[in-house]
Design a protein around this ligand. Sequence first.
Ligand SMILES: Nc1ncnc2c1ncn2[C@@H]1O[C@H](COP(=O)(O)OP(=O)(O)OP(=O)(O)O)[C@@H](O)[C@H]1O
Ligand SMILES: [Mg+2]
Length: 273
Amino acid sequence: MVTTLLEKEIGEQTIQSTVPLQMEHILNVHDLEIFYGEKRAVNGISMDIEKNAVTALIGPSGCGKSTFLRSINRMNDLIPGARAQGEIMYEDLNILSEQINVVALRKEIGMVFQKPNPFPKSIYGNITHALKFSGIKKKSQLDEIVEESLQKAALWDEVKDRLHKSALSLSGGQQQRLCIARTIAMKPTVMLLDEPSSALDPISNAKVEDLIVELKKDYSIIIVTHNMQQASRISDKTAFFLSGDLVEYDATEKIFTNPSVKKTEEYISGRFG
Ligand SMILES: Nc1ncnc2c1ncn2[C@@H]1O[C@H](COP(=O)(O)OP(=O)(O)OP(=O)(O)O)[C@@H](O)[C@H]1O
Ligand SMILES: [Mg+2]
C-alpha cells in the first residue's frame, strides 16, 4: 500500500531505514533536523510515535512543535527555504525522501489546523472535494463516505438536514469537526492536529476532545496543544519541546506526575512559557 507513495520505481534500499522497524510504532523519527534558511528550528530529534494512540506535543511558543508536525506530511515543502534532514520512517519508507509522492502522502497523513478552514462550499462539497479528485465520482459512494465521515466526526446529527448549505454557516466548533470529517474521508492512517481546539468555546472543545479519544481506535494521532489539562486528559504519550530540542518524551501520566527533567516540571506547572 505505502509503495504507492513512491513517485517512481527506484531501488528501495536508498530510502530504507538503517534501524529495524518496530511494528507497534506508526512512525520512527531519527535525528530529524529542520531549518528555515540558516536557522535551525528542530535540533536533531529522535522519537517513535505509537500506533492507535494520542501523542501530545507541548512546549513554549517557538519551540518547534508546528515545524515538526508539518514535516510529517511534508507541509514544510510549501515554505521557501525550509529543509529537513534525518529520517521519518513510515512503514519502510522515509517520508523525507525525494521519491515520496507528497499528494499521496498527505492523504495517508492528514492534517487539521488551529483555525477551522472549510472551503467556501457546501458541507457536502467540503467532504467530497478531494474525493472527486482522487477519482470517486459515483453519487451513492460519495453519499456513503459523507455520512460515515460526519458520523465519525460526531457532526452528522447536527448537519444531516442541511448538507447542501454553506459550510461557512456552521459555528466554529462545527467547522472544526467538519475539517476533521474532511480529513477522515480520505481514510488516513495518521492525523496531525495543530492546536485544533484553541479557537473553540468550552463545549465545542469538549466535543473535539471526546472525538479525538474516539478516533484513536482507528487512527494514530499527534496533537499540538498549549492546554496542559487537554494534554493530560486525552494523550497517551507526551513530548516536551524546548528551543528545538526534545527535552522529555514519556507516558503522559509520568510526564504530568513525575517528570524526569526539571525543565519539564517547571513548564507543566506554569513556571515559564
Ligand atoms: N515559515 C517560517 N519561516 C522562518 N522561520 C519560521 C517559520 N515558521 C516557524 N519559524 C521559526 O521556527 C521556530 C519554531 O516555530 P514553530 O512555529 O514550529 O513553533 P511552535 O512551537 O509551533 O510555536 P507556537 O506554540 O507559537 O505555535 C521559531 O523560531 C519560528 O520563528
Ligand atoms: Mg505552532
